[in-house]
Write a protein that binds this ligand. Structure first.
Ligand SMILES: *Cc1c(COP(=O)(O)O)cnc(C)c1O
Length: 404
């Protein structure tokens, strides 16, 4: 049985005060908090077996290597990848996307087309623009509607035999929309295009099955799913990872080096040059195990309850508008108060101990679409409560009074 008060005991940060008030942490879509179970793993690593991996014959190095590879297996199992070597450790979603974009530099030709969506995070726009500059490929954009949903009939017309790649986020960080990625993948494959799904925002709420999805690449960040910053993953189908050239050169990613020629190591090492974030990788595995122990169905249904509760309560406030009104959403609410700048609302909420994000959320094109400078974004996690949402609603009312 899910008991949020028990869960909250796992997160030491949730009992701190901010500006003399109990912390209400609603910035989970930017980074999630870390449970004691994961903090313990980090402390244990540096206290007991900190060593470089893969190269050492000594005990500490072997212990660190074993734990790091166990974490890779935990991630493989979580995403249901066919092979552990299809899981590449990276520093996060941004790194994972750049790795793939770089790899496609040698595959794309002038006139080839890449499709992205109007709902993308900057980290899923800029690398593709850079790729287009390098290759002469053309970027096409799937437009969205007023609810913040991608228009699939427009997607259908963009697809052609020129389409080589499609890149879409599973869930929009700015609006919380869950995109129909099954459809997007199936349609792309009909024209033999590869698909990369940015799972940074979905993975805290949804457990994706990369084989069932038949997706070519799927990427995520550890810090948005109860793990530490500076670590993330790239899932790639074995056939694609074999085809793509390495991203960075260095130690660990080679089979043999002479000054005449270097041959590259097997997967996954081909893409893991240099000393990785060893502790981070191990802690990422621990975070995934922690979330699975609670269960993603349990997490999703509790968070949906929070979303509905908060949506109804906030809409009772006169002049409050919610952006992103799809039926298919994760627990993210982007909103504005009429004629009040989101930054001002965020500052007042902070004074009351409530952490939200304000601004364009690294998704400027979405803000341009709605013709607004930004929004206030409250994003809920499974360790949040309805009582905290009541505090938010009261604080927004107060902010409205002070700023109107
Ligand atoms: C956070 C986020 C990213 C970037 O993740 P990093 O961990 O900062 O690399 C990319 N896409 C989406 C949808 C995100 O929410």
């Amino acid at each position: 049985m899910f008991n949020v008060e028990d869960i909250r005991k796992d997160f030491p940060i949730l009992s701190r005060q901010v500006n003399g008030k109990p912390l209400v942490y609603f910035d989970n879509a930017a980074t999630s908090q870390t449970p004691q179970q994961v903090i313990d793993v980090i402390v244990d690593y540096y206290s007991n077996y900190n060593a470089n991996i893969h190269r050492g014959v000594h005990t500490l190095s072997q212990e660190a290597t074993d734990k790091y590879e166990q974490a890779r297996h935990a991630i493989q199992k979580h995403f249901n990848a066919k092979f552990a070597h299809e899981i590449i450790f990276t520093s996060g979603t941004t790194h994972s996307i750049n790795l793939v974009a770089n790899g496609f530099s040698s595959i794309l030709k002038k006139g080839d087309e890449i499709i992205v969506s109007a709902l993308e995070h900057h980290s899923n726009i800029v690398p593709w623009q850079m790729l287009c500059e390098r290759t002469g490929a053309v970027l096409k954009v799937i437009p969205m509607n007023q609810d913040g949903e991608l228009i699939m009939s427009e997607y259908d017309t963009l697809l052609s035999n020129k389409t080589k790649l499609v890149f879409v986020n599973h869930v929009s960080n700015a609006l919380g929309t869950i995109n129909p990625i099954e459809y997007i993948i199936e349609k792309a494959h009909q024209v033999a295009a590869a698909v990369l799904i940015d799972g940074a925002q979905s993975c805290p709420h949804i457990k994706p099955d990369v084989q069932a999805l038949d997706v070519d690449f799927y990427v995520a960040s550890g810090h948005k799913m109860c793990g530490p910053t500076g670590v993330g993953m790239l899932y790639g189908k074995e056939s694609w990872l074999k085809k793509l050239p390495p991203y960075q050169g260095g130690g660990e990613m080679i089979a043999e080096v002479t000054f005449e020629k270097t041959t590259y190591a097997e997967l996954p090492h081909k893409f893991e040059a240099g000393t990785p974030n060893i502790c981070g990788g191990i802690a990422f595995g621990a975070a995934i195990n922690y979330m699975n122990a609670i269960g993603f169905d349990t997490i999703a249904s509790y968070e949906h309850e929070l979303l509905e509760y908060a949506t109804n309560k906030l809409l009772e406030i006169d002049g409050l508008k919610i952006y992103g009104t799809s039926q298919h959403k994760t627990s993210v609410i982007s909103f504005n108060l009429e004629n009040i700048h989101p930054y001002d609302v965020g500052s007042i909420l902070d004074k009351m101990g409530i952490a939200v994000r304000t601004g364009h959320h690294c998704a400027q094109p979405i803000m341009d679409y709605f013709k607004i400078p930004g929004t206030v974004r409250a994003s809920f996690s499974f360790y949040n409560t309805k009582a905290e949402i009541d505090s938010l609603v009261a604080a927004v009312k107060k902010a409205k009074m002070m700023l109107a």
